[in-house]
Design a protein around this ligand. Structure first.
Ligand code: NAG
Ligand code: NAG
Ligand code: NAG
Ligand code: NAG
Ligand code: NAG
Ligand code: NAG
Ligand code: NAG
Ligand code: NAG
Ligand code: NAG
Ligand code: NAG
Ligand code: NAG
Ligand code: NAG
Length: 767
């Protein structure tokens, strides 16, 4: 008895001792040399990061010990992970830690030569174009298992003496995961990839790869489990040796120009396949959906068509039992009209779906209420542009996983179910546009407190905006109610949609003092209330609403570099208040909208003169002030507006001479000025009476076909440039918006609204 007690005791004591030893080793913290190297890295990153004092310190806990009593043990610093036994750094998460707004930002690899046991290095989103001293790069890191360089500007072909590039990937024999997505990598990278035979994960998405699939490099990677090559310019057929990559789980080749067949043997020889993402390519031939039947791990299938090719998907009529439960299915852009039954049969075998995209498929039938009933986790449902009809009937159940629903461009009709807001309390995007819905907006929409984007355009909706919605949906960024029969005073006084970026209320019967209610919307970028019944004066603060958004951008960019400025600022700003009954003067503060691209105030009852401040609208492309009662002279300063493509002040009471025919003004014809009896000068025809003050005859009397021009503003130029800027914006976004977390957060919602619900949804009112 005693002996065993003693044994127990000594065991206990030695355990405690061990524990203390362990603690002691821990207390040693990180190696001094590693700590110094980390501080060097920080120094290098904020040497170029001028506003570190303004709260932009990305690595605040990385401090020299006498600063604010912080910890000397770098293992306790943020983004640093050590092996608790050896105290050596094994993981560094240095994503978003550098200032990318420096034109030539190269990583000094020597800083990393200390970290001999580093296993995971994340350098994503830092704007690195490459690294200095390539011969050293990472060859030190013989233990490195994962390297994330995504979202930088690495260019495989730029090789100079000083600046290293992908060549230096040679020698990373143990690397298991390499992420080079969203860089500027081209085919020069391929020879070096071939040496990375241990890879299980490789991402080269969103780069500049071209030609056929680089099988020479890939076929050797027998352990490959995840391969991402989407968003490149790859073409040619799927090479047979893909079938030899039998460990493959995720294959993402979407958004390339691959062609030829999708061989069924590819699918049957990859037993672990979970993600088969080949959408938006140029495949040909017929593919039998039944081929997937035995791949029991399948979760994601994306075979969406880029359109205009000869690829067909066969849904067998004979029953078959899939061994998988999909999470995502995207089959956009196929004519599935004759196959509605077969696809319904397949879908009714699935009960774990999260995303379903069957847009542009010519599907008929009624709303698939059973799809929701079967799949309570359904997050995104896209049935846009089909031929479905009937009521938008919903199950009596709360779907709080549902984020986006797009059933636009169908023939759905009837009233919206009253409890729609209770059914989808977590919805982010709802697009019901281009259907035949009628009746009012159910006030339960106000329960959708996460809603970012709501489009009800092109229906027969009527009534007022429910008060509950104007209060409850206060995260809305995009609201489109165009071309319905809405009426009333809209949002006052409870209006709280202060985060709107895009507001389209055009072609309704909204009345009264609507604009006043918008004064809280400091993020507005597109405001279209044309063709309503507004009867107020244009408030002077309108010059401030869009400005505050623009100033924020300017503030963000000024302190860094100007080279990225254009990308964000080209983002569209526009106001269309045409065809209302607006009265009073045009406030000169509109001249503060220095980033506006289109301004349309035509067909109102505005009086007074054209503000001289309009010459500050440096970005403006379209300015329409026609059909008002404006008087006075056209400010000659307007000729400095270099982007002006559309300009009209026709049918007012302007006098004096037309602006000099220089710059863009040389391109405007007399139609821009007609209907102003006291206006003279080129390009108007000679009007002798013009010089006689007080002439009373109007030699250019309005003709009836002017009415046809009534709403013929240059909205297409407006939208065209908007779309272009938007694309540039989106592309730029990935590489830009991380500069500041605040800014990113603000924009995230908007971007999410745009991307998640549907790309083109913002623009198609003009299609
Ligand atoms: C930490 O280092 C020890 C000794 O080298 C090693 O045995 C252990 O696997 C390491 N732990 C981790 C998590 O890397
Ligand atoms: C890179 O870092 C090393 C080690 O800190 C330093 O000696 C060297 O001067 C740096 N090189 C450049 C170009 O900054
Ligand atoms: C690296 O950081 C990025 C950005 O924060 C993150 O999305 C990514 O998952 C990280 N990579 C790894 C391998 O953890
Ligand atoms: C990469 O660098 C090469 C050579 O400097 C250059 O010609 C090419 O345009 C660059 N690629 C990209 C995508 O910037
Ligand atoms: C697949 O691998 C086998 C044996 O490893 C080899 O014989 C065959 O040629 C490979 N197929 C392709 C298409 O590379
Ligand atoms: C799936 O497995 C069954 C039974 O082994 C077989 O009869 C069938 O042909 C397989 N289907 C495909 C598409 O490989
Ligand atoms: C899905 O719905 C269909 C039609 O209501 C039904 O026949 C089928 O059994 C359901 N499937 C599951 C897995 O619940
Ligand atoms: C709608 O889908 C059809 C194919 O079903 C396609 O041809 C058409 O372009 C689509 N229309 C729009 C507006 O996307
Ligand atoms: C959704 O609702 C269920 C049941 O009411 C609840 O358990 C779950 O936490 C909710 N999920 C979210 C994301 O709110
Ligand atoms: C208005 O919305 C903001 C958030 O955007 C919220 O904090 C505030 O409480 C709301 N005000 C009212 C009266 O609902
Ligand atoms: C416009 O508003 C006025 C008064 O606010 C009203 O008398 C008129 O009927 C409205 N017109 C339309 C078309 O709604
Ligand atoms: C336009 O202004 C003139 C002069 O101020 C005035 O006589 C006329 O009644 C106004 N016309 C309209 C339609 O308001």
């Amino acid at each position: 008895m005693k002996w065993s007690l003693l044994m127990m005791k000594s065991l206990w004591i030695s355990l405690i001792l061990l524990f203390q030893l362990h603690n002691y080793l821990n207390c040693l913290g990180c190696l001094e040399e590693e700590r110094i190297a980390l501080l060097e890295f920080k120094k290098a990153s904020y040497n170029t990061w001028q506003s570190i004092d303004d709260g932009y310190d990305k690595l605040p806990s990385w401090q020299i010990d006498d600063e604010g009593g912080s910890d000397v043990d770098c293992c306790s610093w943020e983004r640093v992970y050590c092996n608790t036994t050896t105290g050596r750094v094994i993981q560094l998460s240095l994503d978003y830690s550098y200032d990318r707004f420096v034109d030539d930002c190269y990583l000094n690899v020597s800083l990393f030569s200390t970290f001999k046991e580093l296993q995971h290095l994340n350098l994503s989103y830092n704007g690195f174009r490459g690294w200095i001293k390539n011969e050293e790069f990472l060859s030190n890191f013989h233990n490195l298992k994962s390297l994330d360089l995504s979202g930088n500007l690495v260019n495989a072909s730029s090789q100079t003496n000083q600046v290293g590039s992908t060549r230096s990937l040679v020698g990373l024999g143990k690397l298991e995961a390499l992420d080079l997505s969203t860089n500027q990598v081209d085919n020069h990278v391929l020879p070096f990839l071939g040496t990375l035979t241990s890879l299980t994960t490789l991402s080269l998405s969103a780069n500049y790869l071209e030609g056929s699939l680089p099988m020479k490099a890939l076929c050797g990677m027998k352990r490959l489990q995840e391969l991402y090559l989407s968003l490149n310019n790859l073409e040619g057929i799927l090479p047979p040796c893909l079938e030899n990559l039998t460990s493959l789980k995720i294959l993402d080749l979407s958004y390339n120009q691959l062609n030829g067949n999708i061989p069924s043997s590819l699918i049957t020889s990859l037993p672990f396949l979970s993600h088969f993402i080949l959408g938006y390519n140029d495949f040909e031939g017929t593919f039998s959906f039944k081929t997937f039947a035995n791949n029991s791990n399948l979760e994601v299938i994306d075979l969406s068509s880029a359109g205009g090719n000869e690829f067909e998907i066969e849904f067998e009529d004979s029953p078959w039992v899939p061994l998988f439960q999909l999470k995502e299915l995207s089959l956009s852009n196929y004519n599935l009209n004759k196959k509605t039954d077969a696809i319904t049969r397949f879908l009714s075998s699935q009960y774990n779906l999260r995303k379903v995209d069957l847009s542009h498929c010519n599907l008929d039938g009624t709303f698939p209420i059973w799809l929701l009933e079967n799949n309570t986790m359904l997050s995104d449902l896209n049935l846009r542009n089909n031929s479905m009809r009937g009521h938008f009937l919903l199950p009596y159940h709360v779907y709080n996983a549902t984020r986006n629903i797009d059933i636009s461009g169908n023939c759905f009709s009837g009233m919206l179910q009253k409890n729609i807001g209770n059914i989808f309390p977590s919805l982010r995007g709802l697009n019901l546009s281009k259907n035949n819905f009628e009746g009012g907006i159910p006030s339960s929409i106000g329960y959708m407190s996460s809603l970012l984007s709501l489009s009800l355009s092109d229906n027969n909706f009527e009534g007022e905006i429910p008060k509950h919605m104007a209060i409850g949906c206060n995260r809305l960024s995009v609201l489109e109610l165009s071309r319905n029969r809405f009426q009333g005073q809209v949002f006052r006084p409870h209006f709280n949609l202060t985060r709107l970026n895009i507001l389209r209320l055009d072609d309704n019967s909204f009345s009264g003092n609507l604009l006043i209610g918008l004064s809280k919307c400091s993020w507005l970028q597109i405001l279209d209330i044309s063709n309503n019944n507004l009867t107020e004066m244009i408030p002077s603060w309108i010059g401030a609403i869009l400005v505050s958004a623009a100033e924020e951008i300017e503030f963000m960019t000024k302190s860094r570099s100007s080279s990225y400025r254009g990308d964000i600022l080209n983002f569209m700003f526009g106001i269309d208040l045409s065809v209302n009954n607006l009265i009073g003067d045009i406030p000169h503060e509109i001249g503060d909208l220095s980033e506006i691209h289109a301004l349309n105030l035509s067909h109102n009852q505005l009086t007074g003169s054209i503000p001289k401040t309009f010459s500050n609208l440096k970005q403006i492309e379209s300015l329409d002030l026609s059909y008002n009662n404006l008087t006075g002279e056209i400010p000659s300063e307007l000729t400095t507006l270099n982007f002006l493509e559309v300009f009209t002040v026709a049918h007012n009471n302007l006098s004096g001479s037309t602006p000099e025919m220089k710059g863009q003004f040389a391109t405007f014809s007399s139609t821009s000025y007609e209907g102003n009896p006291f206006l003279c000068g080129q390009p108007l025809p000679e009007v002798p009476s013009c010089t006689i003050i007080g002439a009373s005859t109007n030699p250019l009397a309005t003709t009836s076909n002017d009415v046809e021009n009534k709403y013929d503003i240059d909205i297409s130029a407006f939208v065209g440039s908007f779309v272009a800027s938007y694309v540039v914006f989106l592309l730029g976004l990935v590489t830009i918006l991380y500069i500041n977390t605040y800014w990113r957060r603000m924009w995230f919602q908007f971007i999410e609204a745009c991307i998640n619900s549907s790309h083109d949804f913002l623009f198609d009112s003009y299609n």
